[in-house]
Design a protein. Structure first.
Length: 515
Protein backbone atom coordinates (compact mmCIF):
# COMPACT_ATOMS: atom_id res chain seq x y z
CA UNK A 1 0.00 0.00 0.00
CA UNK A 2 1.41 3.38 -0.98
CA UNK A 3 0.77 6.70 0.67
CA UNK A 4 -1.18 9.05 -1.60
CA UNK A 5 -2.42 12.02 0.45
CA UNK A 6 -4.28 14.89 -1.17
CA UNK A 7 -1.63 17.21 0.21
CA UNK A 8 1.53 15.67 -1.21
CA UNK A 9 3.60 17.25 1.53
CA UNK A 10 1.58 15.40 4.17
CA UNK A 11 2.62 11.96 5.49
CA UNK A 12 0.92 9.56 7.88
CA UNK A 13 3.78 7.82 9.69
CA UNK A 14 6.38 10.03 11.47
CA UNK A 15 9.81 8.45 11.19
CA UNK A 16 9.07 6.68 7.88
CA UNK A 17 11.33 7.32 4.90
CA UNK A 18 10.59 7.80 1.20
CA UNK A 19 12.34 8.64 -2.08
CA UNK A 20 11.68 11.53 -4.46
CA UNK A 21 13.85 12.48 -7.44
CA UNK A 22 16.79 10.54 -6.00
CA UNK A 23 16.57 12.28 -2.63
CA UNK A 24 15.73 10.67 0.70
CA UNK A 25 12.84 12.19 2.66
CA UNK A 26 11.61 11.51 6.18
CA UNK A 27 8.18 12.06 7.69
CA UNK A 28 8.74 14.49 10.56
CA UNK A 29 6.91 14.95 13.86
CA UNK A 30 4.44 17.32 12.16
CA UNK A 31 3.46 14.72 9.51
CA UNK A 32 5.31 16.59 6.78
CA UNK A 33 7.86 15.19 4.32
CA UNK A 34 11.26 16.85 4.82
CA UNK A 35 14.57 16.26 3.08
CA UNK A 36 16.91 13.90 4.92
CA UNK A 37 19.76 13.33 2.43
CA UNK A 38 20.71 13.66 -1.22
CA UNK A 39 21.56 10.15 -2.36
CA UNK A 40 22.90 11.11 -5.79
CA UNK A 41 23.01 8.94 -8.90
CA UNK A 42 25.07 5.97 -10.07
CA UNK A 43 27.39 6.08 -13.07
CA UNK A 44 24.45 4.79 -15.14
CA UNK A 45 22.30 7.70 -14.07
CA UNK A 46 20.10 5.65 -11.75
CA UNK A 47 18.82 7.21 -8.55
CA UNK A 48 20.58 5.83 -5.49
CA UNK A 49 17.56 6.26 -3.24
CA UNK A 50 15.70 2.96 -2.88
CA UNK A 51 12.53 2.13 -0.96
CA UNK A 52 11.59 -1.02 0.98
CA UNK A 53 11.04 -3.84 1.04
CA UNK A 54 10.68 -3.17 4.76
CA UNK A 55 7.77 -0.95 5.73
CA UNK A 56 8.79 2.65 6.26
CA UNK A 57 12.36 2.10 5.12
CA UNK A 58 14.15 3.90 2.31
CA UNK A 59 17.88 4.06 1.83
CA UNK A 60 20.76 5.60 -0.07
CA UNK A 61 22.45 2.72 -1.91
CA UNK A 62 24.86 2.75 -4.83
CA UNK A 63 27.02 -0.05 -6.28
CA UNK A 64 29.91 -0.75 -3.93
CA UNK A 65 32.42 -0.61 -6.79
CA UNK A 66 31.59 3.06 -7.22
CA UNK A 67 32.02 3.97 -3.59
CA UNK A 68 35.31 3.39 -1.85
CA UNK A 69 34.62 6.09 0.72
CA UNK A 70 32.98 4.67 3.84
CA UNK A 71 33.19 7.98 5.65
CA UNK A 72 36.72 7.24 6.87
CA UNK A 73 36.98 10.87 7.88
CA UNK A 74 34.55 10.22 10.71
CA UNK A 75 36.23 9.22 13.93
CA UNK A 76 35.12 7.53 17.12
CA UNK A 77 34.93 11.02 18.61
CA UNK A 78 31.91 11.75 16.43
CA UNK A 79 29.88 9.77 18.94
CA UNK A 80 30.60 9.18 22.58
CA UNK A 81 33.67 6.94 22.50
CA UNK A 82 32.95 5.75 26.01
CA UNK A 83 29.59 4.41 24.89
CA UNK A 84 30.94 2.16 22.13
CA UNK A 85 30.39 -1.51 22.87
CA UNK A 86 32.03 -4.64 21.51
CA UNK A 87 31.95 -3.47 17.90
CA UNK A 88 34.88 -1.10 17.62
CA UNK A 89 37.31 0.00 14.94
CA UNK A 90 40.22 -1.92 16.50
CA UNK A 91 38.46 -5.29 16.28
CA UNK A 92 38.61 -7.35 13.07
CA UNK A 93 35.52 -8.66 11.27
CA UNK A 94 35.17 -11.70 9.06
CA UNK A 95 32.69 -10.88 6.28
CA UNK A 96 32.86 -7.73 4.17
CA UNK A 97 29.51 -5.96 4.16
CA UNK A 98 28.26 -7.04 7.57
CA UNK A 99 26.63 -4.21 9.50
CA UNK A 100 26.16 -3.87 13.23
CA UNK A 101 25.41 -1.37 15.98
CA UNK A 102 27.48 -0.50 18.99
CA UNK A 103 25.86 -2.53 21.72
CA UNK A 104 25.99 -0.06 24.57
CA UNK A 105 24.53 3.18 23.23
CA UNK A 106 22.97 1.71 20.03
CA UNK A 107 23.87 4.91 18.24
CA UNK A 108 26.87 4.13 16.02
CA UNK A 109 26.42 2.00 12.86
CA UNK A 110 29.43 -0.03 11.69
CA UNK A 111 30.27 -1.87 8.47
CA UNK A 112 32.89 -4.55 7.90
CA UNK A 113 35.19 -2.93 5.33
CA UNK A 114 37.44 -4.34 2.61
CA UNK A 115 40.33 -4.47 5.09
CA UNK A 116 38.26 -6.67 7.44
CA UNK A 117 38.10 -3.92 10.04
CA UNK A 118 34.97 -2.41 11.54
CA UNK A 119 34.39 1.10 10.24
CA UNK A 120 32.03 3.66 11.71
CA UNK A 121 29.72 4.73 8.87
CA UNK A 122 26.96 6.60 10.62
CA UNK A 123 25.86 8.26 13.80
CA UNK A 124 22.19 7.28 13.93
CA UNK A 125 21.48 9.82 16.62
CA UNK A 126 18.97 9.49 19.43
CA UNK A 127 15.35 10.26 20.10
CA UNK A 128 14.40 13.19 22.30
CA UNK A 129 14.48 10.86 25.31
CA UNK A 130 17.96 9.54 24.55
CA UNK A 131 17.21 6.18 22.92
CA UNK A 132 19.82 5.21 20.31
CA UNK A 133 18.37 4.77 16.83
CA UNK A 134 20.68 2.05 15.47
CA UNK A 135 18.72 -1.19 14.93
CA UNK A 136 20.26 -4.64 14.61
CA UNK A 137 17.41 -7.13 14.19
CA UNK A 138 19.30 -10.03 12.64
CA UNK A 139 23.06 -10.65 12.66
CA UNK A 140 24.82 -8.75 9.90
CA UNK A 141 21.85 -6.50 9.15
CA UNK A 142 21.60 -3.09 10.83
CA UNK A 143 20.28 0.34 9.99
CA UNK A 144 19.26 3.69 11.47
CA UNK A 145 15.60 3.70 12.49
CA UNK A 146 13.88 5.65 15.28
CA UNK A 147 10.37 4.34 14.62
CA UNK A 148 8.58 3.03 17.68
CA UNK A 149 11.17 4.31 20.14
CA UNK A 150 10.17 6.61 23.00
CA UNK A 151 10.70 10.21 22.03
CA UNK A 152 10.71 9.53 18.28
CA UNK A 153 10.65 10.48 15.47
CA UNK A 154 14.39 10.95 14.90
CA UNK A 155 15.87 14.07 16.38
CA UNK A 156 18.69 14.45 13.86
CA UNK A 157 16.60 16.95 11.94
CA UNK A 158 16.48 19.17 15.00
CA UNK A 159 19.70 18.46 16.85
CA UNK A 160 22.20 18.88 14.02
CA UNK A 161 23.19 15.22 13.85
CA UNK A 162 24.22 14.15 10.37
CA UNK A 163 21.03 13.89 8.33
CA UNK A 164 22.84 11.68 5.87
CA UNK A 165 23.57 9.23 8.66
CA UNK A 166 19.86 8.57 9.02
CA UNK A 167 19.79 7.44 5.40
CA UNK A 168 21.92 4.41 6.20
CA UNK A 169 19.98 1.18 5.77
CA UNK A 170 21.59 -1.80 4.09
CA UNK A 171 21.01 -5.53 3.90
CA UNK A 172 23.81 -7.93 4.71
CA UNK A 173 25.18 -10.03 1.88
CA UNK A 174 24.38 -7.59 -0.90
CA UNK A 175 26.85 -5.84 -3.18
CA UNK A 176 25.55 -2.47 -2.17
CA UNK A 177 26.79 -0.20 0.56
CA UNK A 178 25.50 3.08 1.82
CA UNK A 179 27.06 6.27 0.51
CA UNK A 180 25.57 9.38 2.06
CA UNK A 181 26.73 12.24 -0.12
CA UNK A 182 25.53 15.24 1.85
CA UNK A 183 25.93 15.76 5.57
CA UNK A 184 24.06 18.09 7.90
CA UNK A 185 21.45 19.08 5.34
CA UNK A 186 19.03 21.72 6.56
CA UNK A 187 15.47 20.39 6.65
CA UNK A 188 13.16 21.58 3.92
CA UNK A 189 9.69 20.59 2.84
CA UNK A 190 9.06 18.29 -0.08
CA UNK A 191 7.54 19.76 -3.26
CA UNK A 192 3.78 20.03 -2.82
CA UNK A 193 2.98 18.49 -6.20
CA UNK A 194 4.58 15.05 -5.74
CA UNK A 195 4.76 12.83 -2.65
CA UNK A 196 7.85 10.72 -1.92
CA UNK A 197 7.46 7.04 -2.75
CA UNK A 198 7.19 5.07 0.49
CA UNK A 199 6.08 1.62 1.64
CA UNK A 200 3.52 1.84 4.45
CA UNK A 201 1.89 -0.69 6.80
CA UNK A 202 -1.20 -2.50 5.65
CA UNK A 203 -4.41 -1.66 7.43
CA UNK A 204 -5.57 -3.94 10.23
CA UNK A 205 -8.95 -3.92 8.42
CA UNK A 206 -7.53 -5.82 5.45
CA UNK A 207 -7.47 -9.61 5.01
CA UNK A 208 -4.73 -11.50 6.81
CA UNK A 209 -3.17 -14.95 7.12
CA UNK A 210 -4.80 -17.09 9.85
CA UNK A 211 -2.60 -17.47 12.89
CA UNK A 212 -0.72 -14.19 12.53
CA UNK A 213 -0.45 -11.71 15.37
CA UNK A 214 -0.01 -7.94 15.17
CA UNK A 215 -0.67 -4.69 17.02
CA UNK A 216 -3.80 -2.75 16.14
CA UNK A 217 -3.04 0.60 14.53
CA UNK A 218 -3.40 3.36 15.21
CA UNK A 219 -3.27 3.20 18.97
CA UNK A 220 -0.86 0.30 19.54
CA UNK A 221 -2.85 -0.78 22.60
CA UNK A 222 -4.36 -4.07 21.36
CA UNK A 223 -2.83 -7.38 20.31
CA UNK A 224 -4.88 -8.63 17.37
CA UNK A 225 -5.00 -12.14 15.91
CA UNK A 226 -6.01 -13.28 12.44
CA UNK A 227 -8.86 -15.78 12.71
CA UNK A 228 -9.68 -18.72 10.44
CA UNK A 229 -11.74 -16.44 8.18
CA UNK A 230 -8.74 -14.24 7.49
CA UNK A 231 -10.07 -11.33 9.54
CA UNK A 232 -8.32 -9.49 12.37
CA UNK A 233 -9.87 -9.87 15.82
CA UNK A 234 -8.84 -8.24 19.09
CA UNK A 235 -7.03 -10.65 21.40
CA UNK A 236 -5.35 -8.87 24.33
CA UNK A 237 -5.77 -5.33 25.57
CA UNK A 238 -2.34 -3.87 26.42
CA UNK A 239 -3.49 -0.42 27.44
CA UNK A 240 -1.52 2.82 27.35
CA UNK A 241 0.95 4.42 29.73
CA UNK A 242 0.10 7.59 31.62
CA UNK A 243 1.61 9.52 28.71
CA UNK A 244 -0.69 7.72 26.23
CA UNK A 245 1.93 5.45 24.64
CA UNK A 246 0.34 2.21 23.42
CA UNK A 247 1.96 -0.84 25.04
CA UNK A 248 1.61 -3.36 22.20
CA UNK A 249 4.90 -4.33 20.54
CA UNK A 250 5.29 -6.30 17.31
CA UNK A 251 7.15 -6.21 14.02
CA UNK A 252 6.06 -3.67 11.41
CA UNK A 253 4.32 -6.45 9.46
CA UNK A 254 2.05 -9.25 10.74
CA UNK A 255 4.03 -12.20 12.18
CA UNK A 256 3.85 -14.82 14.93
CA UNK A 257 4.82 -12.29 17.57
CA UNK A 258 3.04 -9.55 19.47
CA UNK A 259 3.45 -8.75 23.13
CA UNK A 260 2.31 -6.23 25.75
CA UNK A 261 5.36 -4.38 27.03
CA UNK A 262 5.35 -0.96 28.73
CA UNK A 263 8.72 -1.08 30.43
CA UNK A 264 10.63 1.08 27.93
CA UNK A 265 7.90 3.64 27.38
CA UNK A 266 7.47 7.01 29.09
CA UNK A 267 4.91 7.14 31.86
CA UNK A 268 3.66 4.67 34.45
CA UNK A 269 2.22 1.23 33.53
CA UNK A 270 -1.29 1.02 32.06
CA UNK A 271 -4.10 2.33 34.21
CA UNK A 272 -6.11 -0.76 33.32
CA UNK A 273 -4.17 -2.65 35.98
CA UNK A 274 -5.88 -0.53 38.63
CA UNK A 275 -9.31 -1.86 37.68
CA UNK A 276 -8.61 -5.52 37.00
CA UNK A 277 -10.64 -7.55 39.47
CA UNK A 278 -9.80 -11.03 40.70
CA UNK A 279 -12.93 -12.52 39.12
CA UNK A 280 -12.05 -10.88 35.80
CA UNK A 281 -8.44 -11.95 35.36
CA UNK A 282 -9.08 -15.37 36.79
CA UNK A 283 -6.74 -16.62 39.47
CA UNK A 284 -4.58 -14.05 41.24
CA UNK A 285 -1.13 -15.23 42.18
CA UNK A 286 -1.97 -16.09 45.80
CA UNK A 287 -0.23 -19.44 45.55
CA UNK A 288 2.90 -18.09 43.89
CA UNK A 289 5.75 -18.88 46.22
CA UNK A 290 8.43 -16.35 47.11
CA UNK A 291 11.06 -16.43 44.41
CA UNK A 292 8.63 -17.65 41.73
CA UNK A 293 9.17 -14.88 40.66
CA UNK A 294 8.57 -13.83 44.26
CA UNK A 295 8.12 -10.86 46.52
CA UNK A 296 7.43 -7.34 45.38
CA UNK A 297 7.86 -6.68 41.68
CA UNK A 298 8.30 -3.72 39.36
CA UNK A 299 4.88 -2.59 38.01
CA UNK A 300 4.44 -3.26 34.32
CA UNK A 301 7.01 -6.06 34.11
CA UNK A 302 6.17 -9.62 33.04
CA UNK A 303 7.25 -13.10 34.09
CA UNK A 304 6.35 -16.70 33.28
CA UNK A 305 4.77 -18.62 36.12
CA UNK A 306 6.46 -21.83 37.20
CA UNK A 307 6.03 -24.56 36.18
CA UNK A 308 6.09 -23.65 32.50
CA UNK A 309 3.57 -26.41 31.79
CA UNK A 310 0.90 -24.01 33.09
CA UNK A 311 1.58 -21.55 30.28
CA UNK A 312 0.70 -18.60 32.52
CA UNK A 313 2.07 -15.13 31.84
CA UNK A 314 2.24 -12.94 34.95
CA UNK A 315 2.17 -9.16 35.05
CA UNK A 316 3.22 -7.01 37.98
CA UNK A 317 0.32 -4.79 39.01
CA UNK A 318 0.49 -1.24 40.24
CA UNK A 319 0.55 -2.56 43.82
CA UNK A 320 3.78 -4.46 43.13
CA UNK A 321 2.08 -7.87 43.30
CA UNK A 322 2.25 -10.52 40.55
CA UNK A 323 -1.05 -11.46 38.92
CA UNK A 324 -2.06 -13.54 35.93
CA UNK A 325 -2.06 -11.56 32.70
CA UNK A 326 -2.85 -14.40 30.30
CA UNK A 327 -3.04 -18.18 30.18
CA UNK A 328 -1.26 -17.93 26.83
CA UNK A 329 -2.01 -20.88 24.56
CA UNK A 330 -1.53 -23.89 26.77
CA UNK A 331 1.47 -25.79 28.13
CA UNK A 332 4.92 -24.35 27.53
CA UNK A 333 3.69 -21.33 25.55
CA UNK A 334 4.95 -18.72 28.03
CA UNK A 335 8.55 -17.95 27.07
CA UNK A 336 11.16 -16.25 29.25
CA UNK A 337 14.17 -15.77 26.94
CA UNK A 338 17.60 -14.68 28.19
CA UNK A 339 18.67 -11.08 27.74
CA UNK A 340 16.52 -8.00 28.06
CA UNK A 341 13.58 -9.29 26.01
CA UNK A 342 10.32 -9.42 27.95
CA UNK A 343 8.75 -12.76 28.89
CA UNK A 344 5.73 -13.21 26.64
CA UNK A 345 3.22 -15.64 25.17
CA UNK A 346 4.64 -17.19 22.03
CA UNK A 347 1.58 -18.73 20.44
CA UNK A 348 1.81 -20.78 17.32
CA UNK A 349 -1.25 -20.55 15.03
CA UNK A 350 -3.89 -22.11 17.28
CA UNK A 351 -6.58 -20.96 19.68
CA UNK A 352 -8.58 -19.25 16.99
CA UNK A 353 -12.01 -20.43 18.06
CA UNK A 354 -14.37 -17.91 19.60
CA UNK A 355 -13.81 -18.82 23.26
CA UNK A 356 -10.12 -17.97 22.98
CA UNK A 357 -10.45 -14.67 21.14
CA UNK A 358 -11.27 -11.97 23.63
CA UNK A 359 -13.92 -9.70 22.17
CA UNK A 360 -14.14 -7.00 24.79
CA UNK A 361 -14.74 -3.90 22.70
CA UNK A 362 -16.47 -1.32 24.82
CA UNK A 363 -15.87 -3.31 28.02
CA UNK A 364 -13.59 -1.83 30.66
CA UNK A 365 -12.85 -5.24 32.10
CA UNK A 366 -10.38 -7.62 30.54
CA UNK A 367 -11.53 -11.20 30.19
CA UNK A 368 -9.04 -14.02 29.79
CA UNK A 369 -9.40 -17.64 28.86
CA UNK A 370 -10.48 -19.85 31.75
CA UNK A 371 -7.88 -22.31 33.08
CA UNK A 372 -7.90 -25.59 31.21
CA UNK A 373 -8.99 -28.75 32.97
CA UNK A 374 -6.43 -31.49 32.55
CA UNK A 375 -7.28 -35.11 33.23
CA UNK A 376 -5.12 -36.69 35.94
CA UNK A 377 -6.00 -40.21 34.87
CA UNK A 378 -3.90 -42.45 32.70
CA UNK A 379 -5.13 -42.36 29.11
CA UNK A 380 -6.84 -45.38 27.63
CA UNK A 381 -4.02 -46.07 25.21
CA UNK A 382 -0.72 -45.14 26.87
CA UNK A 383 2.57 -46.11 25.31
CA UNK A 384 3.62 -49.56 26.50
CA UNK A 385 6.55 -48.24 28.52
CA UNK A 386 5.17 -44.80 29.29
CA UNK A 387 6.11 -41.55 27.56
CA UNK A 388 8.72 -38.83 27.79
CA UNK A 389 7.51 -35.99 30.07
CA UNK A 390 6.84 -32.77 28.22
CA UNK A 391 6.21 -34.39 24.83
CA UNK A 392 3.00 -33.95 22.83
CA UNK A 393 0.89 -36.19 20.63
CA UNK A 394 -2.17 -35.72 18.40
CA UNK A 395 -5.08 -38.13 18.94
CA UNK A 396 -8.56 -38.85 17.56
CA UNK A 397 -7.86 -37.77 14.00
CA UNK A 398 -6.23 -34.53 15.05
CA UNK A 399 -9.01 -33.29 17.33
CA UNK A 400 -7.18 -33.74 20.65
CA UNK A 401 -3.73 -32.89 22.01
CA UNK A 402 -2.19 -35.15 24.65
CA UNK A 403 0.70 -34.14 26.91
CA UNK A 404 3.02 -36.54 28.68
CA UNK A 405 2.98 -35.61 32.37
CA UNK A 406 5.82 -35.76 34.90
CA UNK A 407 4.85 -39.35 35.80
CA UNK A 408 5.22 -40.55 32.23
CA UNK A 409 1.50 -40.88 31.50
CA UNK A 410 -0.43 -39.26 28.65
CA UNK A 411 -2.97 -36.60 29.69
CA UNK A 412 -5.58 -34.76 27.65
CA UNK A 413 -4.24 -31.22 27.26
CA UNK A 414 -6.60 -29.60 24.78
CA UNK A 415 -9.46 -30.28 22.36
CA UNK A 416 -9.19 -28.65 18.93
CA UNK A 417 -12.52 -27.08 18.03
CA UNK A 418 -14.12 -25.98 14.79
CA UNK A 419 -11.95 -26.19 11.69
CA UNK A 420 -8.70 -26.24 13.68
CA UNK A 421 -6.65 -29.44 13.83
CA UNK A 422 -3.83 -30.72 15.97
CA UNK A 423 -0.42 -30.06 14.44
CA UNK A 424 3.07 -30.87 15.69
CA UNK A 425 5.91 -28.43 15.12
CA UNK A 426 9.44 -29.50 14.22
CA UNK A 427 10.52 -28.92 17.84
CA UNK A 428 7.87 -31.35 19.13
CA UNK A 429 5.29 -28.86 20.40
CA UNK A 430 1.66 -29.36 19.44
CA UNK A 431 -1.02 -26.78 18.77
CA UNK A 432 -4.52 -26.37 17.35
CA UNK A 433 -4.52 -24.36 14.17
CA UNK A 434 -5.25 -24.12 10.46
CA UNK A 435 -2.17 -26.06 9.45
CA UNK A 436 1.48 -26.68 10.12
CA UNK A 437 3.50 -23.52 10.33
CA UNK A 438 6.89 -23.88 11.99
CA UNK A 439 8.49 -20.97 13.78
CA UNK A 440 10.65 -18.98 11.39
CA UNK A 441 13.15 -16.36 12.40
CA UNK A 442 12.61 -13.09 10.57
CA UNK A 443 13.26 -9.41 11.32
CA UNK A 444 11.05 -8.36 14.18
CA UNK A 445 10.04 -11.88 15.21
CA UNK A 446 10.51 -13.25 18.70
CA UNK A 447 13.36 -15.69 19.24
CA UNK A 448 13.43 -17.96 22.29
CA UNK A 449 16.63 -19.55 23.53
CA UNK A 450 17.36 -22.45 25.84
CA UNK A 451 19.26 -21.42 28.91
CA UNK A 452 22.70 -23.01 28.76
CA UNK A 453 24.39 -24.05 31.99
CA UNK A 454 27.17 -21.58 31.31
CA UNK A 455 24.81 -18.71 30.46
CA UNK A 456 24.07 -17.00 33.75
CA UNK A 457 21.52 -14.28 34.36
CA UNK A 458 24.14 -11.70 35.31
CA UNK A 459 27.12 -10.99 33.07
CA UNK A 460 29.76 -8.40 32.31
CA UNK A 461 28.83 -5.95 29.49
CA UNK A 462 30.65 -6.92 26.30
CA UNK A 463 31.16 -10.55 27.37
CA UNK A 464 30.33 -13.25 24.81
CA UNK A 465 29.05 -16.80 25.14
CA UNK A 466 27.22 -19.57 23.28
CA UNK A 467 23.68 -20.90 23.46
CA UNK A 468 21.17 -22.95 21.45
CA UNK A 469 17.79 -22.01 19.93
CA UNK A 470 15.62 -25.07 20.70
CA UNK A 471 13.13 -24.63 17.85
CA UNK A 472 15.81 -25.33 15.24
CA UNK A 473 18.79 -26.50 17.34
CA UNK A 474 20.63 -23.59 15.76
CA UNK A 475 23.56 -22.17 17.64
CA UNK A 476 23.78 -18.55 18.63
CA UNK A 477 26.45 -16.32 20.05
CA UNK A 478 25.14 -14.18 22.90
CA UNK A 479 26.52 -10.82 24.02
CA UNK A 480 26.12 -9.22 27.43
CA UNK A 481 24.41 -5.86 27.03
CA UNK A 482 24.79 -2.69 29.09
CA UNK A 483 22.21 -3.95 31.60
CA UNK A 484 24.30 -7.02 32.38
CA UNK A 485 21.92 -9.40 30.59
CA UNK A 486 22.44 -11.76 27.66
CA UNK A 487 21.00 -10.97 24.22
CA UNK A 488 21.38 -12.33 20.67
CA UNK A 489 24.59 -11.36 18.88
CA UNK A 490 24.79 -13.63 15.82
CA UNK A 491 23.86 -17.11 14.57
CA UNK A 492 26.41 -19.82 13.88
CA UNK A 493 25.90 -23.01 11.92
CA UNK A 494 27.82 -25.57 13.95
CA UNK A 495 29.39 -24.71 17.27
CA UNK A 496 31.14 -21.94 19.13
CA UNK A 497 34.90 -22.06 19.43
CA UNK A 498 37.77 -19.96 20.69
CA UNK A 499 40.40 -19.36 18.05
CA UNK A 500 43.29 -17.01 18.58
CA UNK A 501 41.38 -15.06 21.20
CA UNK A 502 38.14 -14.82 19.23
CA UNK A 503 34.77 -16.38 19.83
CA UNK A 504 33.28 -17.53 16.53
CA UNK A 505 30.70 -19.78 14.94
CA UNK A 506 31.77 -22.33 12.36
CA UNK A 507 30.71 -21.53 8.81
CA UNK A 508 30.07 -17.86 9.53
CA UNK A 509 33.52 -16.38 9.29
CA UNK A 510 32.68 -13.91 12.00
CA UNK A 511 34.53 -13.25 15.21
CA UNK A 512 34.51 -11.04 18.25
CA UNK A 513 37.30 -10.66 20.72
CA UNK A 514 36.48 -12.16 24.10
CA UNK A 515 37.18 -10.42 27.36
Amino acid sequence: MREDPKDKQYCYWPGHYGCLNGDLYVCDAHNMWVLSAKCGKSSKGEDCCKIGPEIGVARCVCPAAESSNLLEDRSMADIEASAIGTVAADLPCGVVGLHWCDEIAFRGLYVCGQNFQWQLVADCGTTSTGFGCCRAVLPGSAWCDCRGLPGGPPMFLLAGVSAAAAAVAVDAGTTETTVPTTKDIASREAPSSVAPDSVTPESSNEKCTPGQFWCETPGWDWVIVCNLNGDWERSNFCGKTSETYGCCRSSSIPSHYAVCDCTTLPGVPPALLHDRAVDVIGQVSEDIQDGEPGGKCSPGTFSCRQPFVDGDLLVCGVNGVWQISSHCCGPYTCYDPPGDEQPHCECVPKALDSNLVRDIAGNDDVAVEAPRSVSSERSADPVAHGCSPGTFECRKKGTEIFLCNTKGFWELSQVCKGASKCNVRSNGEAYCGPGRLDHKVSPGSAISFARSADIQQACQPGELNCSIMPATNQGVIMVCNASGQWQLRIFHTAHCSHRNGFLSGEGVGYGEKTA
